[in-house]
Design a protein around this ligand. Structure first.
Ligand code: AHR
Length: 320
């Protein structure tokens, strides 16, 4: 509750509804860095941490940064609308976390024509290099590979595994699954018995796991594209009278506090970290672009793997 209030206060300091500000003019040169950020939504704890990182950084630097923040409620059409609104405002830089990979060419060409650079934050889009300035985020294929290595270790190379997948068409889902499946194929004793999207949310993760448990009497491992879906799946496993973390081993991606708590309770086994605290890097890159400096095409995050065995010691150090 306290967290939610702090978050709302920060948002109210720095956020403006883009839909209400369609005609705002570009700030005169050499004044504040004016940035528009088109966020996906609030589907997970990870997403909340990323939003807080961006809005908090802007609030701390309110003398030099003006942030226009839009929450698209997980709808691509709302993100496109937000980007168009930022173009109309004449912001210096646009930040975009594309909910899905495809369907961005038209609006990104409009940004290019308006000479407004676009930085992809956390997720990538399937577009040509000339349509974006940089991608700040993780190597999702590598995350999927790390997750599979952990699953193979936990199952000693054999067993039935189910996959709870993220939003269909999202780069974070597509690439994690690619990495996971490539790596898991190296253990012929492991069979993927079911795969279904839980849209990166806890509630859908729970629903998907409930249906897996009804259809498959022998599940040895569960992999999820994010921790929130796994937390929902753990609820389903417990309600079905099975032991999560022992009878059914779990591996998921993100590294949110809730998953560390589940590991401390012995109900989860591994989380592969994906860093959401991208605010400082994003605004630095935006300021560099405004100053005419060149920036790397991919600003990659450094990430770790966390296991149940060290979770109690790791938990107090977690920032999200
Ligand atoms: O794009 C990153 C993914 O999006 C995170 O893993 C997930 O929790 C979020 O919703």
């Amino acid at each position: 509750m306290k967290k939610a209030i702090v978050f709302l206060v920060i948002l109210s300091l720095v956020c403006f509804s883009v839909f209400a500000e369609g005609t705002r003019e570009k700030a005169p040169a050499n004044e504040k860095l004016v940035v528009g950020f088109a966020q996906i939504g609030q589907e997970s704890g990870w997403r909340g941490a990323e939003t807080t990182s961006i809005t908090f950084y802007a609030a701390q630097n309110i003398d030099t940064i003006q942030l226009h923040f839009a929450d698209a409620q997980q709808k691509q059409e709302n993100q496109i609308k937000a980007v168009r609104s930022f173009i109309q405002m004449g912001v210096d830089v646009i930040g975009l976390a594309p909910v899905v990979e495809t369907g961005w060419e038209t609006v990104l060409k409009e940004a290019k024509e308006a000479e407004i650079p676009v930085i992809f934050v956390d997720r990538m889009a399937n577009v040509s290099d000339d349509l974006y300035a940089s991608f700040i985020g993780s190597d999702f294929v590598d995350e999927g590979q790390k997750a599979a290595k952990e699953m193979i270790r936990l199952l000693n190379g054999k067993g039935n595994v189910v996959m709870l997948e993220g939003t269909v068409g999202a780069s974070a889902a597509i690439d994690r699954q690619k990495g996971f499946l490539e790596e898991i194929a190296k253990a012929p004793g492991i069979t993927i018995i079911a795969r279904q999207s839980g849209d990166f949310t806890r509630s859908k993760g729970k629903e998907v796991m409930e249906s897996f448990l009804k259809s498959y009497p022998q599940i040895d491992g569960a992999y999820a594209d994010n921790d929130d879906m796994m937390l929902g799946a753990i609820e389903a496993i417990k309600e079905a009278g099975k032991k999560s973390g022992t009878q059914i081993k779990t591996v998921s991606v993100d590294g949110v506090k809730g998953l560390f708590e589940a590991m401390v309770a012995g109900e989860a086994n591994v989380t592969v970290e994906c860093n959401p605290l991208l605010g400082p890097q994003f605004f630095q890159a935006a300021a560099d672009l405004k100053a005419g400096k060149s920036i790397p095409k991919w600003i990659k995050s450094n990430e770790d793997v966390y296991r149940q065995e060290t979770a109690a010691a790791d938990l107090p150090t977690r920032l999200y």
